[in-house]
Design a protein around this ligand. Sequence first.
Ligand code: ATP
Ligand code: MG
Length: 207
Amino acid sequence: MPVIAVVGNKGGAGKTTLCVNLAAGLSQQGRVAIIDADPQGSSLQWHDVAEMSDSVSVFASTAALPQLVRELAGSFEFLIVDCPPSVQAPQTVDVLQAADLALIPVQPSPVDLWATVHIENAIGNARVVNPELKSMLVINQLEARTTLSRVVREALTEISLPVAKTALRRRAVYRNSALEGKTVFQMGARGAAAAEELEQLIQEVTG
Ligand SMILES: Nc1ncnc2c1ncn2[C@@H]1O[C@H](COP(=O)(O)OP(=O)(O)OP(=O)(O)O)[C@@H](O)[C@H]1O
Ligand SMILES: [Mg+2]
């Protein structure tokens, strides 16, 4: 069972958005569990109103996160963990030690990209006990119809974390679906472009 940790060092980067929509996309391939390891509990809140309960299960993180991961391993094909906005948080440290892949949503701003150096370090530390841990930055909230600016491309060359070829664009449907307690996959035509980019991302990270 692949364990995907969605991590970051900054609030509002899109961790919960990525988690919930990734879970919905992956649920077409198998049973998916989300562990909400963020004490803010936003995945759990979302799930309270979401209509995705039969395909995706959401669990609150317990004190013993590695144990919860082991318990769920037999029952789910994918496990996605929504982490708090700090790589120093004990939850994030625990999750990175148990994960196969860390996905790091980051906005395409040079400042945000430079700040990922802390994440790089946290991943390096986790690899001491979890040498197989893979990681990937996911550009999130890329302005519609634009490409990455030169400064952003330059900033990307300065960091050694791999970057997903698929970026998620800034789309109102990510916000609106959340307000309706849905994922973009449940938004019909309004969510089609977002669903498509998520499917592409899923191919990239699971293929
Ligand atoms: N690609 C996108 N397009 C438009 N809005 C987005 C996109 N990604 C995220 N958002 C919006 O940005 C806000 C922050 O996103 P989200 O809550 O997923 O971030 P987070 O990293 O989980 O934040 P926190 O660290 O506080 O848990 C939300 O209102 C969300 O709807
Ligand atoms: Mg969140």
